[in-house]
Design a protein around this ligand. Structure first.
Ligand code: AHG
Ligand code: MN
Ligand code: MN
Ligand code: MN
Length: 334
């Protein structure tokens, strides 16, 4: 019988000494909140959770009901445990400090409550992405600020995602490899079903939104055009394309089956990119690197980017190491 998430975390704490007890509590709490989100997502129309609200988030996106519900569930679950100093989310303009009535801890939690929102109403996979940082030591004894969150991805102490698909999974790293847990709904526990995971290399499959072709740099355009030519070009093999429009689903496929995921620099946005560094690109990069892949902005390692804002956006090219290196090399040509 596969081990539970709880047992895995306790063993990591005890044997590998890789996990402080407070961080274990934090991960358990996030995992518990994801179970509740899973419940809401799967109720769908019966739970009256589908559709949009009138509100917009700080990204200028119309919020789905579930964006707000999942955000509240994560805040409520994590506020009172004493393991956090503050939280930040795609759906909140600024940080959420732990209210004074609760004890404060030393960790900072960032999340994308529902990733792939556009897929909720059409019953495709969505997910929750999270990233954990340590609050800088100098902020004990004073209020946590947004600035305290602006640490590069290399500083993450844990990252993961839940995916609400045909199965509900939790994929997690604390820097000791990547582990997958499947939610056993009858029992209500997460059981390890894969790990330590190493992503297959050499799979001829790419994920990109082709409709953004006009916004691509010459390097990205060359990379994709060569792959579309396949056996009729220089590469000698045909490629396949998949695009779910839920980063969790696309990255999960890359992790399990290999290939490359690209949401490259995009001139429509102020930061010239769509995906958010702190709660999308960084946690996914940590997971992909831990699984033997690579993650780049198209020019530099994502986890080395020094953040300048909570909602900063970056180009994302991640997955198969050799493919990511090719994209970066083409980028240098202009
Ligand atoms: P979110 O739903 O959290 O705003 O994220 C959406 C992101 C990501 O999940 C996905 O890869 C991408 O947007 C899809 O964008 P397009 O609709 O441009 O394909
Ligand atoms: Mn969104
Ligand atoms: Mn997202
Ligand atoms: Mn989202």
């Amino acid at each position: 019988m596969s081990i539970t998430l709880t047992r895995f975390l306790i063993e990591q704490q005890r044997e590998a000494n890789a996990l402080p007890p407070e961080l274990r509590l934090l991960i358990e709490t996030v995992a518990r909140a994801c179970k509740t989100i899973c419940h809401s997502v799967s109720k769908g129309a019966l739970g009256e959770v589908l559709g949009s609200l009138d509100s917009e988030n700080v990204q200028g996106e119309v919020q789905k009901k579930l964006d707000v519900i999942a955000n509240e569930l994560l805040l409520d679950a994590n506020e009172w445990g004493g393991h956090l100093a503050a939280m930040a989310s795609e759906e909140m303009e600024t940080i959420h400090r732990i209210p004074n009535r609760y004890p404060k801890g030393e960790y900072l939690l960032l999340f994308d409550p529902i990733d792939g929102s556009s897929n909720i109403d059409v019953d495709l996979s969505v997910g929750t992405i999270f990233s954990v940082l340590k609050a800088p030591e100098e902020c004990s004894g004073r209020e946590v600020t947004e600035q305290d969150f602006l640490q590069p991805g290399t500083q993450q102490v844990a990252a993961g995602y839940a995916i609400y698909g045909p199965q509900t999974l939790l994929v997690l790293t604390i820097g000791t490899g990547v582990f997958e847990f499947t939610l056993d709904r009858e029992i209500g526990s997460w059981r390890m079903t894969d790990g330590p995971m190493q992503m297959p290399q050499g799979n001829a499959e790419f994920a990109i939104n082709m409709a953004r072709r006009r916004q691509w740099s010459p390097g990205i355009a060359r990379y994709i055009e060569e792959r579309i030519k396949g056996t009729e070009g220089q590469l000698g093999k045909d490629y396949n394309m998949r695009w779910t429009a839920s980063m969790v689903a696309d990255v999960h496929r890359v992790l399990k089956r290999g290939g490359i995921f690209l949401y490259p620099a995009d001139s429509r946005y102020a930061d010239k990119a769509k995906l958010r560094l702190m709660y999308e690109a960084n946690p996914m990069s940590f997971l992909i690197e831990q699984a033997g892949g690579a993650a780049s902005t198209g020019h530099a390692r994502i986890m080395d980017v020094k953040p300048t804002g909570l909602h900063q956006r970056v180009g994302v090219v991640l997955g198969d190491k050799a493919e990511v290196e090719t994209v970066v090399a083409y980028g240098q040509e202009g």
